[in-house]
Design a protein around this ligand. Structure first.
Ligand code: CP3
Length: 355
């Protein structure tokens, strides 16, 4: 495996000096890109795209061919893990993810088992190896998983939800059952992320999309505690290099100190928090990734540039910031606005890394 030509992203995650603020975008390969839509049409549907390593490789590389990004992210989905547990993932047209067999009955919950990634998720590991080969050391590859709690939300509801009433009912009526699911998910996610790292993922990100809808106490007990166990169980080094971990709880701005205490290397921030405040709160414990409002990309070039400058100024001088969106890029984003964003970061950020 050739040496990395651009390791700015990995260095920033470890708060080592960099010349500019490295950048990637959540959901950088997605429906806002016409070339993505063309490949997805060739695959037939989204899941076929995820399950065909050659096509997953192709779409992973598409945003990098168009834009000067500092990292690639594996093209896959967090819900491949419950799919591998036998819940039957499908995507209803225009309605988001669904499971054929949501986890509701106690007997089904007791029968749940963590899948062997090499067996049930081999197509993801094949994609990781194929993407690494295609990247040829140009930029690092990020592997990812959902958090145990966020996976449980989809597994129990059987789809997305406005209020996660079924999940919260279980949390308050039968916390033992929810804890059992979270135990299994924790083992599954730890094994899965370690398998991605062994296959060549150079950083690992945990997406906790729904932890932010929990109460202060429930967040610690049902989401953070399990993410902390995953962080502790992750392989920390591969190919002679640190493999940094990133925790992202959407809506988790109130809990950054606790998240930083898990031992992860970086925290993902949504757009609701001032990044300078976040930096003061976490000190030198972790790096920060974020926190541009993805819908600002619907704005004028001036609005985009102003927001970039405000975020860079708020973070201030020095390393430890990976520029990113606070959540996935919207499918209606004009692709040329991403150039405006990246140009502004490349132009302004070196001033914060001088000397
Ligand atoms: O960032 C990337 O480019 C990597 C690919 C990636 C996808 N999903 C591809 C995808 C990643 C990292 C994810 C993570 C994911 N998936 C999360 C956590 C991050 C977040 O967004 O909060 C969640 C909650 C999911 C579950 C999921 N997958 C939902 C709710 C949906 C439907 C919503 C939507 O945007 O349509 C998906 C589908 C999905 N995953 C798409 C993509 C590109 C769109 C599907 C399509 O092409 O039709």
């Amino acid at each position: 495996m050739s040496a990395l030509k651009n390791d700015t992203f990995l260095r920033a995650l470890l708060r080592e000096p960099v010349d500019y603020t490295p950048t990637w975008l959540m959901r950088q390969a997605g429906r806002y890109l016409p070339e993505y839509n063309a490949t997805r049409a060739r695959a037939g549907d989204f899941l076929a795209l995820c399950k065909t390593p050659d096509l997953a490789t192709e779409v992973t590389l598409q945003p990098l061919a168009r834009y000067p990004l500092d990292a690639a992210i594996l093209f896959s989905d967090i819900l491949t893990v419950p799919d591998a547990m036998g819940l039957g993932l499908y995507f209803a047209q225009g309605e988001g993810p669904r499971f054929e067999r949501p986890l509701r009955e106690e007997w089904a919950i007791r029968a749940l088992a963590a899948p062997d990634p090499a067996d049930k998720l081999g197509y993801v590991l094949d994609a990781v190896r194929s993407i690494r080969k295609a990247l040829d050391g140009s930029v690092p590859l990020i592997g990812f998983s959902g958090s145990p709690f966020t996976l449980a939300c989809y597994m129990i509801e059987g789809s997305g939800s406005d209020d996660y009433r079924t999940v919260k009912s279980m949390l308050y009526q039968r916390p033992d059952l929810l804890h059992h699911i979270l135990e299994i998910n924790t083992r599954a996610v730890t094994d899965y992320l370690n398998a991605q790292i062994e296959a060549g993922a150079q950083a690992a990100m945990i997406f906790d999309t729904w932890g932010g809808m929990l109460s202060h106490r429930a967040y610690r007990e049902f989401s953070l505690a399990y993410m902390a166990r995953i962080v502790a169980g992750l392989k920390k080094e591969n190919e002679g290099r640190r493999v940094p971990s990133i925790l992202f709880t959407k809506g988790g701005g109130l809990w950054l100190e606790d998240m930083a205490a898990t031992g992860c290397d970086a925290l993902g921030l949504d757009w609701t928090i001032e990044i300078g405040d976040a930096r003061r709160r976490v000190g030198d414990k972790v790096a920060l990734q974020g926190n541009f409002d993805p819908l600002c990309l619907m704005g004028s070039p001036e609005a985009i540039v102003n927001e970039v400058e405000a975020i860079l100024e708020s973070y201030g001088p020095g390393s430890g910031h990976v520029f990113n969106l606070g959540h996935g890029i919207n499918q209606h984003t004009p692709p040329e606005n991403v150039n405006v964003l990246l140009d502004a970061i490349r132009k302004t950020s070196p001033g914060y890394h001088a000397g």
